[in-house]
Design a protein around this ligand. Sequence first.
Ligand SMILES: O=c1ccn([C@@H]2O[C@H](COP(=O)(O)O)[C@@H](O)[C@H]2O)c(=O)[nH]1
Length: 236
Amino acid sequence: MQPHERILVAIDTPDMATARALAARVRAHVGGIKLGMEFHNANGPEGVREIAGDTPLFLDLKYHDIPNTVAGAIRSAVTTCRPRIINIHASGGPAMMRAAVAANKEAAEKIGIEPPLMIAVTVLTSIDDSDLDAVGQATPSGDQVKRLALLAKAAGCDGVVCSPHEIAALHAACGEDFTLVVPGIRPADAAEDDQKRKMTPADAVAAGADYIVIGRPITQAADPAAAAKAIAESLL
Ligand SMILES: O=c1ccn([C@@H]2O[C@H](COP(=O)(O)O)[C@@H](O)[C@H]2O)c(=O)[nH]1
């Protein structure tokens, strides 16, 4: 994989024209486009398909509900959006994750595409140990991430979303083939925003991230194409 192919740019906007312009500027410097709730809820699957075009799509809707509902959501999303990567919350539990994995394969087979990678979100990168304490979840965050990642692997998921700080431990616990999708990425001079467990792009890739997810440091830059290119070059 070329270094820039590890970059998934998060285009978080409700505005179709803004997303169109950003995608056109940065497409050549990244490996994929990530569209989430903000864009999907405003523009639907048709908008998602238009912005992704031929670029690999990470559909980041983070489903978390009862197994039957999540299975239905996955079937609809795979059929209408045709993502390369799709995700759920690992904290939805083993039965929910197994239902999502089965629905993903079934929907992909029905329309004749390769099943999207099924990725489970462990502990959000905006959360630290004090936040986990507040909601009654186990700390330290690294232990909770590992626990959820092992559950996700056992349920048949292809990988997890984790912070850059857990990469080494998860590759050791879940194997090198278990895909690690890593947000919480900030170039050294970038604002932290709401990311608490973070690292630079180069350090995260050196640590073993399969994909790094980067939004605002690219999309809010004065020149998004130059920002994406500089990040890609920092990975060489
Ligand atoms: O734990 C998580 C899971 C998902 N995200 C998403 O990644 C991007 C990050 O955007 P930045 O602007 O680079 O902060 C965003 O779309 C989140 O929904 C995450 O940050 N952490």
